[in-house]
Design a protein around this ligand. Sequence first.
Ligand SMILES: *Cc1c(COP(=O)(O)O)cnc(C)c1O
Length: 386
Amino acid sequence: MSTTRPDPAGPVDDDAAGGILHIDLAALAANWRLLRDAAGGAEAAAVVKANAYGIGIEQAVPTLARAGCASFFVAHLSEAIRARAVAPEATIYVLNGLFPGTSPHYRAHRLRPVLGSSGEIDEWAGFCRAQSEALPAALHVDTGMNRLGLGIPEGMTLKDNPHLADFAPSLLMSHFVGAEENENPLNARQVEAFSALRETLPGIPASLSNSSGIFLRDNPQFDLVRPGYALYGGNPTPYADNPMNPVVGLEVRVVQIRTIEAGETVGYNGRWVANDRRRVATLSVGYADGYPRAASGRGASGETMLSGMALVAGHSCPFAGNVSMDLIIVDITDVPDGAIARGDCVTLIGGDLTIDEVGRRAGTIGYEILTNLGARYARQYREAAP
Ligand SMILES: *Cc1c(COP(=O)(O)O)cnc(C)c1O
């Protein structure tokens, strides 16, 4: 027989860690207020799936609740149970639907499933009938993603579904396909389809916007907005300056500094070559910490191939060679001698190295950088004012 036990990896001390993650909960609260004010009267909820985009659900949820946030969205039931433990009064929705047989967990923890298929609706309605309790749930209609939710034709006939009387539909929602592209014609089509849908179910509060949707012109915002990324400092308007405050910073330690000669290569498989004498520093972070290997520095020194970057004593230093599991090597030739030493910290996220920029340099998006933030980092939380 197999047994299971809890993850033994507990919190990491600063001195024991290769990297220190600085998480600014005051900035998180300020970002929520900024989004609430931008949403023009709609209720501002918070999306805290994936461990609150990597920053920690146990820290983010109480901070946001104290700032005035009353509704939270997670992806998984397990995340909802964690959120409930730190937010006893909050409304909590589970986006990833209702798996067969899980309804009792929703009732026990006072959670609301997001129902996106007739099977899920039947299951929740049946459970509610059996309990003789009309429990709340959201209805999700897919207006273009083809991912989760009832199709538009099915959505338009929801009003005739007798099962809706068995529970308490508390939210009608859909999701933007590409609201960060403000010129994408799909946005207006989704707003139009969702508006028509909403007219068929007038008594149910409606929600469409994610972070970027809040900043779209000609979007009525409806009754509730669901920002995630922007809360954590990501830019919801990539076509313009970032209106949000940075929440996450990452500093990592220098393990070694060495000088190499022209023709020498750096890292696994020798994918980076020194054109002349270079100084390189080895940092105690790698892809096992969630830093993407795709940010590896390839080519020759001085060539400007897109790669990861570190800020070393104020200088931008490109990655040299492949990111390895636990280590990254950076070219610090431009950093004055003595400005950086073994054991000092350099910045991998912070200043000009925003999460969006780190994502871009790794060929991905800032969302992926955040949600992969490693478990080996020491985490320092700056508390929001009470
Ligand atoms: C993740 C998610 C959000 C939040 O999106 P951001 O782009 O991070 O603001 C909102 N709604 C749904 C359905 C989601 O899955």
